[in-house]
Design a protein around this ligand. Structure first.
Ligand SMILES: Nc1nc2c(c(=O)[nH]1)N[C@H]1C(S)=C(S)[C@@H](COP(=O)(O)OP(=O)(O)OC[C@H]3O[C@@H](n4cnc5c(=O)[nH]c(N)nc54)[C@H](O)[C@@H]3O)O[C@H]1N2
Ligand SMILES: Nc1nc2c(c(=O)[nH]1)N[C@H]1C(S)=C(S)[C@@H](COP(=O)(O)OP(=O)(O)OC[C@H]3O[C@@H](n4cnc5c(=O)[nH]c(N)nc54)[C@H](O)[C@@H]3O)O[C@H]1N2
Ligand code: SF4
Ligand SMILES: [Mo]
Length: 858
């Protein structure tokens, strides 16, 4: 079968993928981001393209509608709100997962035709602090370096980045470089130990938000040791003296680090000219995120270590098109093509080019403010595209209430039931990855094509076309008469050519005569280009600016709630949650808690914990581990109301934002924690889809259907009825077994001799081979065996999944290790684990270390 060259729709690494309509997925050996590699999420893409759960028709209310009716209604409601309440009464909330063409069109409609800048995106939660930091230092939002720098560096410093899980292919490129050049050093600065720390020569366990103090300390150390590049700073950098003075005022104890750790890090940085500092959400998602970015950039500017091979700051971008969105200006405080919203000449040039009736004259509402304006009644019509804010924004329950308060809400999504689509009046079905065509820009400014290899399902249509159709119905047809995404791309490139009188970094001339259909992955302004080694920056005087930054006071809150990502899930799980291979790595919403904190709360491994604050409450499974520091907790962001009854972590995060970037501080909330003691815990495996129904419930896909981890504070009177209810069955052949000694209950439901559901309940966390129970579903295993937790073949329990590609469990790996497979490579030879995408290699290494400890706590 012929394979289509396209790009992965997940993270900002932007890996090339070869994809086939039968679900074949391979890494593209020719793509310069990955050279054939893929991570576990990329490798499982084939399992996410089925139509289960897809939105296939426009809907008005809950009723199916035709496109004409739906588009007429959207256009009429937006036009009416604008006529009655002005352009600022409407808003778009878009996404770094839109393609550049979609994004360009949405931004053009709002800023040039509606005449408001009320278009913000989930990039506000993601990259806004990096954008603001870049602009303060460079005058533009520029990523100076390229991926090859990560391999050429002698020192990689990862700040607030769990690269092993979040940018796995970049992590693998660094790991391979380190293997080839063992002198290469890796430092990981993160308040908790992660899979990324396992590659690091030094894990700097910084206090939450201690980064400004640390990089101020580094700047001081560089000054004290004569490490500045004086020729470079004299000629090309402003603000050195003030910045160093501010850095000297920082208190190193605010880093929470020992003098020894600090000095090791400072010396390493000072003595290694080829240093790349990679940073991500541990930097950006903070009330001082922009200052953190500038604290890092200050050190690179002062030493002139920027834009040269193997040297520079590097912002690892989150979403597949985080960069493209920034390029087309899809944020409330940007214009288009890296032009400035607050510059009247820029605005006029864009208006002339667009031939638009108007142009927004001031910045619009940033994400958190936008939803507060929804709550206050200012926003009368809201269109949410390709994002799930009722889950992903801070104070997510408040956001859900705010959305419900808007008189007219439209969502464009590929999935029918998300926490956000459930709140909208009109749902528009978009084509998803594999069905749509366009471009994305990755973290190193490389523009790659996404290409369709599947037909559009049902009535789904591409986002750019949906937006253009609404624009046409609002009376702006002439400016939105695009026939193909290539037309949009060509206009985007032409806008760049029409505004070269404003000097800036963005330069798309390399795409001027691009053959869109056959476009090969290409960087702007040109391949392998690095910015700023020549000292030419984009402030009016052509110089960079070092920015004096002050460290925040150290937090004394208890507990501090840190949040982030799992290896095998993508955000709100609407796509990765469909894959049975990706589910079992971490199948429940959990909270990492330090053993001493757990002991103080009388929380044991496998217990449930209630977290609470003024915003809300969550119940999560305790993962007792010294990888988090005392007084801190870490929980994943992935669980939604569709998949859990109390696992939504943003129920607890505060809408506190960085004053400059507007990015919310999603990594440092304050919560209380206590043991949640239910009457019973349960594990349910089922052939049919499950819904969260008990006070604690976490639903996941399995190889044979679905599973749920459950807990409730009331014991049911009738286990037979309760199991039928939880499994969503009205009838069935039910067998109930109770153990009077322990109170444990086991229930099987059969239909025509086939097991369709199994429930295991107990007054303690259920100890059971989940995989054995799951593998009985859909089989005729005798009920007694199934209820005893045995499979028909009585296979040993493989344990929790470590390798998602080959479905290899922890117990299988421990057995292989004790049989002599004592290296990651040897484990791969024996079990295949880690030999496909390699995303689990850090965990294999950890497992080997743990396995070698005498009587490791199991
Ligand atoms: N598997 C997977 N990969 C993804 C995604 C996904 O959903 N799943 N999403 C993509 C997106 S959109 C993004 S933005 C990226 C995010 O990629 P990352 O930023 O790497 O991921 P996070 O887990 O959000 O946070 C990174 C780390 O910041 C640390 N941290 C918290 N507070 C601080 C602090 O004060 N200082 C420092 N130095 N560190 C701190 C956390 O402990 C955490 O380990 O991942 C992308 N890749
Ligand atoms: N607590 C906490 N919260 C966080 C974070 C954190 O670290 N901690 N990280 C933040 C960050 S960095 C990010 S980027 C956000 C991400 O948060 P969201 O953007 O809300 O999460 P996604 O699940 O990626 O949402 C994408 C939506 O678009 C739909 N979709 C997929 N493809 C298409 C398409 O082609 N067209 C359309 N129209 N729809 C499509 C999906 O079904 C899904 O509903 O979360 C933020 N929230
Ligand atoms: S690293 Fe993984 S998720 Fe990111 S683009 Fe590559 S394959 Fe996709
Ligand atoms: Mo992100």
């Amino acid at each position: 079968m012929s394979l289509t060259k396209t790009t992965c729709p997940y993270c900002g690494v932007g890996c090339g993928v070869l994809a086939g309509s039968d679900g074949t997925i391979k890494g593209d050996p020719d793509h310069p981001a990955n050279f054939g590699r893929l991570c576990s999420k990329g490798a499982a893409l084939g399992e996410t393209i089925d139509l289960e759960g897809r939105l296939l028709h426009p809907k008005i209310g809950r009723r199916q509608a035709g496109w004409d009716e739906a588009l007429d209604l959207v256009a009429a409601k937006f036009s009416m709100a604008i006529a009655e309440h002005g352009p600022d009464s409407v808003a778009f909330y878009a996404s770094g997962q839109l393609l550049t063409e979609d994004y360009y069109v949405a931004n053009k409609l709002m800023k040039g035709f509606i005449g408001s800048a009320n278009i913000d995106t989930n990039s506000r939660l993601c990259m806004a602090s990096s954008v603001a930091g870049h602009k303060r230092a460079f005058g533009t939002d520029t990523v100076p370096g390229i991926y090859a720098d990560l391999e050429e560096a002698d020192l990689i410093v990862l700040v607030g980045s769990n690269l092993a899980w979040c940018h796995p292919v970049l992590y693998q490129r660094i790991a391979s470089a380190k293997e080839a050049r063992p002198d290469m050093r890796v430092v990981n600065i993160d308040p908790r130990r992660t899979a990324t720390s396992d590659l690091a020569d030094l894990h700097v366990q910084i206090a939450p938000d201690g980064d400004v103090a640390l990089f101020n300390g580094l700047l001081t150390h560089l000054d004290d040791h004569g490490s500045f590049d004086q020729t470079y700073t004299d000629n090309h950098v402003n603000g050195l003296a003030e910045t160093v003075a501010a850095a000297r005022a920082s208190n190193l104890s605010d880093t929470g680090l020992s003098a020894q750790d600090r000095t090791t890090f400072f010396n390493l940085w000072a003595n290694t000219p080829k240093v790349v500092t990679i940073y991500s959400q541990g930097v950006n998602q903070s009330a001082c995120g922009t200052d953190k970015v500038n604290a890092i950039l200050n050190c690179h500017l002062a030493t002139g270590r920027i834009g040269k091979p193997g040297m520079g700051p590097f912002s690892a971008t989150g979403q597949p098109n985080a960069m493209g969105g920034r390029e087309v200006g899809g944020l409330a405080n940007m214009l288009a093509n890296h032009l400035e919203l607050n510059n009247a000449d820029h605005r006029q040039a864009v208006q002339v080019f667009w031939e638009s009736p108007t142009i927004c004259s001031k910045a619009g509402l940033k994400a958190v403010d936008l939803f507060q304006a929804c709550a206050s009644g200012q926003i009368k019509a809201l269109w949410i595209m390709s994002t799930n804010p009722a889950v992903s924004l801070p104070d997510a329950d408040g956001v859900a209430t705010a959305i419900a308060n808007v008189p007219f809400v439209v969502t464009s999504d590929i999935i029918e039931a998300t926490d956000t689509t459930m709140l909208s009046h009109v749902c528009l079905p978009a084509t998803g990855w594999g069905e749509k065509d366009g471009t994305v820009t990755n973290s190193e400014r490389r523009i790659s094509r996404q290409r369709a290899f599947l037909p559009a399902p049902g009535q789904a249509r591409p986002d750019w076309a949906i937006i253009s159709d609404v624009a046409t119905r609002m009376g702006f047809g002439a400016a939105f008469a695009y026939k193909t995404p290539a037309d949009v791309f060509a206009e985007y490139v032409a806008l760049d050519a029409a505004t070269t009188q404003f000097p800036r970094d963005l330069d798309l001339s390399i795409f001027a005569d691009a053959d869109y259909a056959n476009l090969i992955p290409t960087q702007w302004p040109s391949n392998d280009h690095r910015f700023f080694a020549d000292g030419r920056f984009f402030h009016p005087d052509g110089k960079a600016r070092m920015i004096p930054v002050a460290a925040p006071a150290v937090s004394t809150q208890h507990f501090t709630l840190n949040t982030g990502r799992n290896r095998d899930q993508w955000h709100t799980m609407t796509r990765t949650g469909k894959s049975a291979r990706l589910g079992p790595h971490l199948a429940e919403p959990y909270v990492e808690i330090h053993p001493q904190d757990a002991a103080a709360l009388q929380v044991g491994a496998g217990d449930l914990v209630t977290l609470e604050n003024t915003y809300g409450r969550a119940i999560l499974r305790a993962l007792v581990t010294p990888r988090v520091a005392q007084g801190q907790l870490f929980a994943p962001m992935h669980w939604t109301r569709q998949r859990s009854s109390s696992g939504l972590i943003n129920s607890l995060t505060a809408p506190v934002t960085d004053p400059i970037s507007g990015q919310p501080a999603l990594k440092s909330g304050a919560v209380s924690a206590k043991l949640y003691k239910p009457k019973w815990y349960g594990f349910l495996a089922s052939a049919e889809v499950l819904r969260p129904q008990t006070p604690y419930a976490a639903i996941a896909r399995t190889q044979t259907g679905w599973q749920a981890e459950l807990a409730a504070s009331q014991t049911p009177d009738d286990w037979e009825q309760e199991t039928l209810r939880l499994a969503g069955q009205s009838t069935g052949d039910v067998s109930v077994q109770t153990d009077p000694a322990t109170g444990a209950v086991r229930v099987a439901i059969q239909a025509d001799g086939i097991i369709i559901a199994l429930l295991f309940a107990s007054s303690h966390p259920v100890v059971l081979s989940r995989s054995a129970a799951i593998s009985c579903i859909g089989t005729d295993t005798p009920t007694l065996d199934a209820l005893a937790g045995r499979t028909r073949a009585n296979l040993p329990d493989p344990g929790a999944t470590v390798c998602a590609c080959f479905n290899v469990g922890r117990n299988t790996l421990l057995a292989a290790a004790s049989n002599g497979a004592r290296s990651v490579a040897a484990l791969g030879d024996v079990t295949c684990a880690g030999t496909n995408c390699g995303s689990c290699k850090p965990e294999l290494a950890t497992l080997l270390t743990e396995a070698s400890l005498p009587m490791a706590a199991e």
